[in-house]
Each structure stands twice: as C-alpha cells, then as structure tokens.
Design a binder for this molecule. Structure first.
Ligand code: V47
Length: 365
C-alpha cells in the first residue's frame, strides 16, 4: 500500500503522518483536491489507529430541540421558523421534562439540546429547562446550547459570556455541542447566515468555555457554496484554537441537506465528499481526539465505511432528530444501540459505549 501512496503523489504526506508532523495548508489542499479516496483513507487511518486504536465510540443519547423559532433564519437551515409561522413551536419546561420522562426506561446518559435564536424567551427559561431536566433525571449529562445560543443568552442575561456560562453550569449544563460553526469564512457567513455571530465570535466563546473547564465540540457544514480553501481555513482556525485550549472533544463534519432550505437548488453531497471530509479532518486536526461520523447526516452505511477513513465515533442513538430531517434526511430519527454495535463490529472495530466526556461505559467485544 505504501508504494501505492507514493505513486499517488502522497509520499511526502505519508512521511509526515508517520513522523507525527503537522500538515500544512498546501498539503490540506492536495488532500481535498484528490479523489483518490483509498489513499486518503489509508493516510487518515494511520492517525485514527494511533489515537484511538480499534475503539469506536458511541453514546446512548437523546436530542431535544426546545424551539424552532429563530431570528437568524439561515439560508441552509430548514428547521428555523418565524414566530408567527404555523409550524413554529416552543416547548414549556414541563414539555421538555416530559421528553426526558418518556425515556426513563432507556439507558440514556446524555441529552443533546439546541434550539433557534428565540426573540423573546427570557434567560430564566433556559436556566429552568436545564434545572427541569436535572430534576427528572439527575445523572444525565446535558450537552446544550451552541456558541451561537450562548452569545444570545449572554445578551439576554446582560452578563459576560463567562458569567452566563457560570449560571448555566450551576443550573445543570455539562458541555456545549459543536453546532453553529457552519463555515467561519466571512464570505460564506455573509451569503448564508448574515445574522449569525461571526466565526471569530464562535471561536472566542469556545475558548472562554474551555478556559472554564467546559468541553465543547466543533462542526463544519460542508457541501454547499464553500471552497476548498474556506474549508481548510475553518479547520486551521479550529486547530489553532485547540492548540491554545485543548477543550474540543470531537469534530463533526456536517453534510449539507438542501431540501426545504433557501438553497434547495443545490445537490446533496456525494459519498466521496463525505468520506473526504472525514479523512481530511482526521489528518489536518491532529490535536482533536475524536472525529465523528454522524450517521444521521451521511447514513449508517456511509458512517460505517467512514470508520476506515479516520472516524472513531458514530455519535449515538440520537432519538428524534429534527434539524436534518426537516432538510430532507432520509435516515431514521433514531438508531438502536444493537445496530450501532453491529455496524461497528462488521467494520472490524471494537464498539465502545461512552459517556459525553469519553469515559468508557461498556466495551462490546
Ligand atoms: O448547527 C443546519 C447544521 C447543526 C442543516 O456536537 C445543517 O456532537 C446539514 O451541530 N443540512 C446541528 N446541516 C447539528 C449539530 C450536531 C449534530 C450531532 C452532533 C453534534 C455534536 C452536533 O446542523 C446546525 C447547523 O450547523 N445544519 N441546517 C442542513 N440543512
């Protein structure tokens, strides 16, 4: 295989990967511009195996989207609605609690909770939904509110990001999910989500969270109008932030789903591009412990293949995914842990049920 890699023009990158040397921007470009997916996979797999061996993580989790009412209304999003839309909804604290209560018989360890940028819910509401979840199921880890929501909540609270996070942690917040990062490029933000906080602000909030000991994730929404260089600039900014704080747990490439969005003229991403984004992320983000193959977006089959292309985490059972399904995802809204175990085993890897912070709960040999 090494001969093949050399003949494909990746000899220098192979040497660097084996020597654990950081890849540069031009090397990232070379990887993205190649369609030799086997070469990319071979290279990414070296890093994957070095960092995580055969371990492939998954979590028993539940998604709750407390409201789809949003003032940002990004062009790539099919979830957000204006307040007076017929399809707008917001959950009461009791309704959020009921969602948790409904699954008390399942071994869920994490709730993943995000929503739109709501024009008038008060700060106290957000504290109450955190407290409400903890009241029903105290052991749950609450991974909630993207950096975009945190910026909004700080404004609502009239406090600094640090003070706001402090209050949310006190109410039960455990970590931040990686959404809202999109593509950091100001050009892309201007064209697709001009009302959203800037990439710099998103990164700054992540840094503040990390410095307070809160772990977070990072995403990149790929497959719309971004260029290869914009993808790499995004990855580079994440890599630099991680050098500074080491607070990111996982990177999740998010494949753009165009249906029901203002960008519905675009096509779905291809299998090659999905795998490429996993592989390049694994190679470029040398300081990220985990790369997720999010089965909801790329499908369980492609997520399974991605385990040979740099991914070491399949996210989890999810339960009631809404954001991608509003945008036309044809995957299920939940997956059983037995299915995840089977997918991982058939890929020749070891399924490891984890908690949010990657503590091992059960190894499925
Ligand atoms: O923030 C919105 C993206 C994100 C679309 O942190 C879209 O572990 C594709 O962030 N097509 C939500 N993507 C999902 C997310 C996530 C998912 C799983 C795990 C984690 C984690 C985070 O989805 C949004 C936005 O960036 N998004 N619209 C769309 N049409």
């Amino acid at each position: 295989m090494e001969n093949y890699i050399h003949n494909a023009g990746f000899g220098r990158i192979l040497e660097k990967v084996k020597a654990e040397e950081r890849l540069g921007f031009d090397e990232g470009r070379q990887l993205y511009n190649s369609n030799d997916i086997l070469a990319l996979g071979y290279l990414a797999n070296i890093v994957r195996n070095r960092l995580n061996g055969d371990n492939t993580y998954f979590i028993y989790n539940q998604h709750i989207n407390y409201s789809n009412i949003c003032t940002n209304l990004c062009k790539f999003c099919a979830f957000g609605r204006e307040k007076d839309s017929e399809l707008a909804y917001e959950m009461s604290v009791e309704q959020v609690q009921q969602k948790v209560r409904d699954r008390l018989d399942e071994p869920i360890t994490e709730v993943h909770m995000v929503g739109g940028i709501h024009p008038d819910l008060p700060f106290e509401y957000y504290l109450e939904i955190l407290r409400g979840i903890k009241e029903v199921r105290p052991a749950l880890h609450i991974q909630a509110f993207t950096c975009v929501e945190i910026a909004h909540l700080a404004k609502l609270a009239g406090k600094s990001v640090e003070e706001t996070l402090g209050l949310l942690i006190e109410a039960g917040l455990g970590s931040l999910p990686g959404g809202g990062a999109e593509v950091f490029s100001p050009r892309i933000r201007q064209l697709t989500c001009e009302k959203k906080i800037s990439g710099m602000e998103w990164l700054e909030i992540s840094k503040i969270a990390h410095k307070m000991g809160l772990h977070t994730n990072a995403t990149m929404l790929y497959g719309h109008i971004e260029t290869v260089d914009e993808r790499l600039q995004h990855l580079q900014a994440l890599r630099e932030t991680q050098d500074e704080t080491n607070g990111f747990l996982a990177f999740i490439p998010l494949s753009f789903h165009p249906k029901n969005t203002a960008m519905s003229d675009l096509s779905r991403t291809t299998g090659i591009d999905d795998l490429k984004n996993v592989a390049v992320a694994r190679l470029f983000l040398d300081n990220f412990p985990h790369i997720k193959a999010y089965w909801v977006m790329i499908g369980p089959q492609m997520a399974q293949i991605a385990l040979a292309f740099g991914a070491d985490d399949m996210d989890g059972t999810v339960k009631e995914e809404v954001i991608t399904h509003m945008a036309g995802a044809e995957t299920d809204q939940a997956i059983g842990s037995a299915t995840l175990v089977r997918l991982i085993k058939e890929a020749g890897r070891v399924p490891v049920q984890r908690d949010t912070l990657y503590k091992v709960i059960e190894v499925h040999r």
